[in-house]
Design a protein around this ligand. Structure first.
Ligand SMILES: [Zn+2]
Length: 497
C-alpha cells in the first residue's frame, strides 16, 4: 500500500513538471515573462509568469509557459508589470469640466471635442471601469458607449435619490428641480414646498429604489448635506428614511452610496451603517481650526465606527485639490494636460469667461489665502484617511471627477492625481492598488468579471514599465491598456493635435 501511494505521489509531481497546459486560441493574446500583480484579499505576492487571453477573457494566469496553438499575438513582458484595469467608482461623465449647461450650448464644438476625448483620457490613465454617481440619461449612456475606445460604464440611474429640496436639488431653480430629480424622496417637512403633481407614494425609498433598479443601475446615490459655503440650511434625510433606503437598496441587490464630507454627515451615516461614503471626512466643523497633526476624539470615534462596520470610504482628495487648482497660476503649465484635454478647451479656460467659477469661488481671496484654507482642509482629509488605512478601514478608490464645475478635475489625469494624493496622505501602495481594483469590484458586485487577474474574468489589464507597489508614479508609466482583451497602445489615446 505504502509503495502504491509513493508511486502516485511521484507520478503527480512528475506530471506537474512536464505537462504544459495546451491552449488553442481563436483571437488570443500571450503576455510572457511579466511580473503579475494581483490580489483577491489585499495581500500581494507578485511573480513572473504568463497571462493568456482569448477573445475578451483571461483564460490562463500561470508561472509556467503553456503550449499555445491558434491565432494570437505575443507580447514580451520581460521587466514589465501587469495589473488589473483600475476602477474609479465616483465620476460624473455628464459634465464638461469647467462649464455650466449654458456654456455647453454656446460652444457645441468644444463640448463635442471634449466628449469624444473624455473616454480615451480615462483609459490613458488606466481607468477601464467607471461608475457614474449621479443622474445620467439613456442618450448620455448611449453616446458614451458609441465611442470606439471607452471604459466600461456603470451608473446609478436617471437621478440620485436626494430628499425633496435637499442637496443637490437646491442648485436647480425651483421650477425645474423636481423634474430634474425624478428619483427624489418625499419629505413630510417639505410637503408645502413640493409641487402637488408629485405623488408621495411614488417617492418613498421603496418606489425610488425600484425605479433606479429598473433603469439598469448597479447602485443608488443619496446625500446627507446640510449646506456649505454660505448655503441656507438644507433639508436632510431622517434616520428612518436613510435606514429604509439602505434596506430597500440591499433587498434589490444594489449598493447605497451617500454623499457626506462633514463630521455631522459621517457620524449620521456611520450610525445608520450605509454601504459607502462618497467622500472622506474633511469638514471637521467645530474642530476645523485644530492642529493638523492629530485626530480629535470625536473624529476618531466616527472613523472607528466606519472601520468596525466596514463602510466603504471614498477619499476623493481631488475634490479639495480641484477647487484649489483654480487659484493656482501654474495649473496650465502641467504639460500632461495637453494629452488628455483638447487644446481649444484649455485655451477657453484661460479666458475671462472660462474663469467664471474661479471668480465665483475665490473672488475676494488672494492665492495665498486660498492655499492656506484648502491646505488645512486637505491636511484634515489626509489625516482621517491615514488613520482609516492603518486601522483596516475599507478604502474604495473614487475621485468625484468633476466634483464641481471646476477645470481642476480633468478626466483620467484627476485619477492619477488622486492616487498621488493618497500616497502623500500615507496610504501604503498595496492598499492604494487594492482600493482601485478588488475592493471596488467586490463592493459593487462586479468581482465575478473584473478586479483581479483570474481565469474567466474580463481581460481589463494594464501593462506598466514600473512597479506600482514600489512607486506611485508607476501609474504614469502605462504602456498598453487592454480592455475586454483589446490591446490599445497608450500613446494612441492622446488628444490628436
Ligand atoms: Zn460626485
Amino acid at each position: 500500500m505504502k509503495q502504491i501511494l509513493l508511486g502516485v505521489i511521484l507520478l503527480s509531481v512528475f506530471s506537474c513538471k512536464t505537462e504544459r497546459e495546451q491552449l488553442n486560441l481563436s483571437q488570443g493574446l500571450h503576455i510572457s515573462n511579466v511580473t503579475i500583480i494581483t490580489t483577491e484579499d489585499g495581500n500581494y505576492n507578485p511573480y513572473i509568469g504568463h497571462i493568456i487571453v482569448d477573445n475578451d477573457s483571461i483564460v490562463l494566469v500561470s508561472k509556467n509557459e503553456p503550449h499555445i496553438k491558434g491565432n494570437y499575438e505575443k507580447i514580451d513582458g520581460t521587466g514589465k508589470f501587469i495589473i488589473p484595469g483600475l476602477i474609479d467608482s465616483h465620476v460624473h461623465i455628464t459634465e464638461v469640466q469647467g462649464m455650466l449647461p449654458h456654456h455647453m450650448e454656446k460652444y457645441p464644438e468644444l463640448t463635442k471635442e471634449f466628449n469624444s476625448q473624455m473616454p480615451r483620457s480615462y483609459l490613458y490613465y488606466g481607468f477601464t471601469t467607471l461608475i457614474n454617481l449621479g443622474g445620467i440619461s439613456e442618450e448620455q449612456i448611449a453616446s458614451f458607449n458609441s465611442q470606439p475606445a471607452k471604459p466600461d460604464l456603470f451608473h446609478t440611474g436617471n437621478s440620485g435619490a436626494p430628499v425633496a429640496n435637499g442637496y443637490p436639488m437646491n442648485f436647480a431653480p425651483e421650477e425645474f428641480r423636481f423634474e430634474a430629480a425624478p428619483n427624489f424622496i418625499y419629505l413630510e417637512s417639505e410637503a408645502a414646498n413640493t409641487p402637488d403633481k408629485f405623488e408621495p407614494s411614488n417617492h418613498t425609498p421603496k418606489a425610488v429604489v425600484e425605479r433606479i433598479k429598473k433603469s439598469g443601475a448597479i447602485a443608488v446615490k443619496s446625500y446627507f448635506e446640510s449646506g456649505f459655503r454660505g448655503m441656507p440650511k438644507l433639508p436632510v434625510p431622517t434616520k428612518g428614511i436613510m435606514s429604509n433606503l439602505q434596506e430597500e437598496t440591499r433587498s434589490n441587490g444594489l449598493v447605497l452610496i451617500v454623499h457626506g464630507n462633514s463630521l455631522e454627515s459621517h457620524s449620521f451615516l456611520s450610525d445608520v451603517g450605509v454601504d459607502v461614503l462618497a467622500h472622506g471626512l474633511w469638514n471637521w466643523e467645530k474642530y476645523k481650526d485644530v492642529p493638523t497633526d492629530s485626530l480629535p476624539l470625536e473624529i476618531k470615534q466616527t472613523l472607528d465606527l466606519q472601520i468596525q462596520k466596514q463602510i466603504g470610504y471614498m477619499p476623493t482628495l481631488t475634490v479639495i485639490a480641484g477647487e484649489e487648482a483654480l487659484a493656482d497660476d501654474d495649473f496650465f503649465k502641467q504639460h500632461e494636460l495637453k494629452k488628455v484635454v483638447p487644446q481649444k478647451l484649455l485655451d477657453w479656460y484661460k479666458t475671462e469667461e472660462g474663469q467664471w467659477f474661479a471668480k465665483e469661488l475665490f473672488g475676494e481671496y488672494s492665492a495665498a489665502e486660498v492655499h492656506e484654507i484648502y491646505g488645512n482642509i486637505q491636511a484634515h482629509a489626509m489625516l482621517a484617511l491615514k488613520y482609516l488605512s492603518y486601522n483596516n478601514g475599507l478604502l474604495l478608490f473614487g475621485t468625484d471627477t468633476p466634483s464641481a464645475p471646476t477645470y481642476g478635475n480633468q478626466p483620467g489625469i484627476n485619477g492619477f492625481w488622486e492616487l498621488r494624493l493618497m500616497e502623500e496622505a500615507g496610504v501604503p501602495l498595496d492598499k492604494i492598488l487594492s482600493s482601485a481594483t478588488i475592493n471596488n469590484a467586490k463592493m459593487f458586485h462586479l468581482d465575478a468579471s473584473i478586479g483581479s487577474l483570474t481565469k474567466g474574468k474580463k481581460a481589463n489589464m494594464l501593462l506598466l514599465e514600473k512597479n506600482p507597489l514600489q512607486n506611485i508614479n508607476a501609474y504614469n508609466t502605462i504602456e498598453n491598456i487592454f480592455i475586454g482583451g483589446k490591446n490599445i497602445k497608450r500613446t494612441d489615446l492622446e488628444v490628436k493635435q
